[in-house]
Design a protein around this ligand. Structure first.
Ligand SMILES: [Mn+2]
Length: 389
């Protein structure tokens, strides 16, 4: 029984307004290919399918095209849960219809028994509990007298009990996989995960998962990682594409598990996701960045520029964008860092300069020249207006 665990697709995500749909399309094609090549029986997607509650038509289309192909071109089954970015209700709406294609979607956790699925259905060899993201505001009853700490604790207890109830519904002899979209204490948080905690310190602990489980397939954290010191693998697959420029120092992954016929985990393999688009960060002063732009290999890369300047310079952003684009790179963001001008000692009213003079000095410092006549005139009129008020 071969199983792939992935999560946090975030289809429809934009990076500095740049659509990522091409990358998602490549990823989903690659995933389907991998499923076919490795003869995978079951696909687990642990939440954050989409980036937003109401994904665009194009994003929705990519998702359903993939499911259609999975159902038609393979024998693979799938279990999909909603994450915090998904609308649980929207994701779940076509549930009955998707079941016809061996695809099981759980958006809202109702009863533990409804979250438990065995595969293959005719002759089960593995059992999965699909527990979607739990919203403290709607899934747990709101109690107005509760402190945040109490609420966090109640969230933890609720999840702990729900997982235990799921396991109680599972046939004892089958390998057990739990799915979830949540934060486990000890996990490494990047900065592209939104609402990582509810009400402050909400995290569940590795020891909160029940005994007798074989694998926990998690979503929520975007860096692939396994929680330390747990009795069995509790793992985040991470997002398949880097969602921010700072998610680039490591490989993106999906996980391939294999259970033998007698229920042992005989394979636990990382598969690196192909890089569909490289994200790069270039830092330095104007000269070094322009030199890098003119000499580096930037073809079809997305670039973030962090530029250090002594003083602001009009049009530098465009100049940099142009330089990279001449070598095929696309600059998505230019952050400019200018040293802060320290304010001088305070001066008395008698010593104060006329506003026109201060403005002229300010302009000279900022743009290296005095304001032109029109601007100086306009400013002086403004001052006059204020003084006459
Ligand atoms: Mn996510």
């Amino acid at each position: 029984m071969k199983i792939i665990h992935t999560a946090d697709w975030h289809i429809g995500q934009r990076l500095h307004e740049r659509s990522r749909l091409d990358e998602h399309k490549h990823f989903l094609d690659w995933l389907l290919e991998t499923i076919q090549k490795r003869e995978v029986d079951l696909l687990l997607v642990s939440g954050d399918i989409f980036d937003t509650f109401l994904p665009s038509a194009a994003a929705t289309n990519h998702y359903y095209q993939f499911l259609y192909r999975l159902s038609n071109e393979t024998e693979t089954s799938a279990v999909i849960i909603a994450g915090n970015h998904d609308s649980a209700e929207h994701l779940e709406a076509p549930r009955e219809f998707l079941k016809m294609g061996r695809i099981h979607v759980i958006g809202v956790a109702t009863k533990p028994a409804k979250c438990v699925f065995s595969f293959p259905s005719a002759n089960p060899r593995v059992v999965v509990a699909a527990v979607p993201y739990i919203r403290s505001e709607s899934d747990l009853r709101h109690l107005s007298y509760e402190t945040e700490a109490e609420r966090s604790e109640r969230y933890r207890e609720w999840l702990k009990a729900f997982y235990a109830d799921c396991v109680a519904c599972m046939p004892a002899e089958l390998p057990k996989i739990l799915m979830g979209h949540l934060f486990v204490q000890g996990g490494h948080v990047g900065d592209s995960e939104r609402n990582i905690q509810i009400g402050g310190a909400t995290a569940i602990r590795a020891s909160d998962f029940p005994e007798g489980v074989n694998y926990v397939a998690l979503g929520h954290l975007h860096r692939p990682q396994t929680i330390k010191d747990a009795a069995y693998p509790i793992r985040y697959s991470g997002s398949p594409i880097p969602l921010r420029f700072n998610e680039t120092g490591y490989s993106k992954k999906i996980h391939l598990l294999e259970f033998s016929d007698d229920g042992l985990l005989v394979r636990d393999e990382d598969i690196k996701v192909r890089v569909f688009k490289e994200l790069c960060t270039v830092e330095g002063d104007e000269d070094s960045i322009l030199w890098e732009a003119q000499t580096g290999a930037w073809d079809s890369k997305y670039i973030q520029v962090k530029l250090k300047l002594d003083k602001p310079k009009v049009g530098i952003g465009d100049e940099i964008r142009q330089a990279f684009s001449e070598r095929g790179g696309e600059v998505l963001s230019v952050e400019i860092e200018v040293p802060e001008v320290k304010p001088g000692p305070p001066i008395s009213v008698e010593e104060m300069e006329r506003p026109e003079k201060i403005f002229a000095q300010f302009h000279k410092e900022k743009f290296d020249q005095l304001p032109d006549e029109t601007l100086a005139q306009t400013f002086s009129e403004l001052v006059q207006l204020v003084e006459e008020m």
